[in-house]
Design a protein around this ligand. Structure first.
Ligand SMILES: Nc1ncnc2c1ncn2[C@@H]1O[C@H](COP(=O)(O)OP(=O)(O)OP(=O)(O)O)[C@@H](O)[C@H]1O
Ligand code: SF4
Length: 301
């Protein structure tokens, strides 16, 4: 069973598309891995797999996409074996082209989700984060059904729900809360994303939309509120430039020195990937640090 050595499984859900679920998943993964956890990211968004793009590895094929640069392309099932402390799996690795559309009926999607959970060799992970499509679709139902079979209740940590402050997004997220309650998935907390805009000139945060809706909703539904995140243009720039995660010089995780991709003779560090140095410099990092501390205290008190 491929989830055998996975300690904690966390679903990332949102009722509405484009609210930043994949961004939140990526940043939770980076922050957890910077804290020394070994992390896997499973992209279950079959019609719009964006995790490879977020990690700057969309050109990787053969169904594997480990991101710490150990250079070993091991995969045994035709799917993935994650090495190191940050690995991911997505249908995006199996598509010929970024623009390829997946037009699948429910049973095929269900089979794919099952295969992701039972055939991908995740190895030993502290956290498996699962980025889901928006809403409560076939993928969600297959996912939860499969997890109930493949994972133990101890492994199933619960779900993080992402919303934006606008009322429509919040009303959609209520459906996710109901979904979790009906399927018995514990709600670890709600994250409000895009609650304001950080000016690239003066770093002042302006509330473009009304702020605080996520907190009000969390109170109303009696679920924990984990925090608000502004829109930071630096984050968008990092993603658009397609950078790969690169650890700061000297980072050692689980006793293993992380590859930095630094080349003294070139500007390779600037082009090799999503620079964690820059990521940690962007306004979202301290906020994620706080969110991850809350997550860890709930999961591993
Ligand atoms: N806090 C943020 N600051 C800056 N950019 C952000 C932030 N959150 C999300 N974005 C950007 O908004 C866009 C949509 O985010 P993302 O793809 O994470 O949403 P999603 O909910 O996963 O979407 P989908 O419904 O397609 O799965 C991306 O380009 C992402 O870079
Ligand atoms: S927030 Fe400050 S720097 Fe940014 S646009 Fe407004 S006044 Fe200018």
């Amino acid at each position: 069973m491929s989830l055998k050595d996975v300690k904690h499984i966390v679903l990332v859900l949102s009722g509405k598309g484009g609210v930043g679920k994949s961004s939140v998943t990526t940043q939770l993964a980076l922050t957890l891995s910077l804290k020394g956890c070994s992390v896997g990211v499973l992209d279950v968004d079959l019609t719009g797999p964006s995790i490879p793009r977020f990690f700057g590895i969309e050109n990787e094929k053969n169904g594997h996409g480990h991101t710490n640069g150990n250079g070993d392309a091991a995969h045994t099932t035709g799917l993935a074996k994650g090495h190191g402390s940050l690995s991911c799996m997505s249908l995006g690795f199996l598509l010929g082209d970024r623009g390829d559309a997946v037009v699948w009926r429910g049973p095929k999607k269900t089979a794919m989700v099952r295969q992701f959970l039972s055939d991908v060799l995740w190895g030993s992970l502290d956290y498996l984060l699962i980025d889901t499509p928006p809403g409560t679709s076939d993928e969600h139902i297959s996912l939860v059904e499969t997890l109930l079979k493949e994972a133990t209740p101890e492994q199933m940590a619960g779900a993080v729900i992402v919303t934006t402050p606008q009322a429509i997004s919040i009303s959609d997220v209520k459906k996710e809360i109901n979904f979790c309650r009906k399927t018995g998935v514990m709600i670890l907390g709600v994250i409000e994303n895009m609650a304001g805009f950080v000016c690239p000139n003066c770093s002042e945060c302006t509330n473009v939309f009304s702020k605080g809706g996520g907190q009000v909703m969390a109170q109303e539904f009696d679920v924990p509120f984990m925090g608000s995140l502004p829109i930071d243009p630096m984050f968008i720039r990092l993603i658009e430039e397609g950078r790969r995660p690169v650890y700061p010089e000297g980072t050692v995780i689980d006793g293993q020195a992380m590859q930095t991709n630094r080349n003294a003779d070139s500007d390779e560090a600037e082009t090799a990937g999503l620079l964690v140095e820059k990521y940690t410099a962007c306004s979202l990092y301290p906020l994620f640090d706080g969110i991850v501390k809350q997550l860890l205290s709930k999961i591993e008190p």
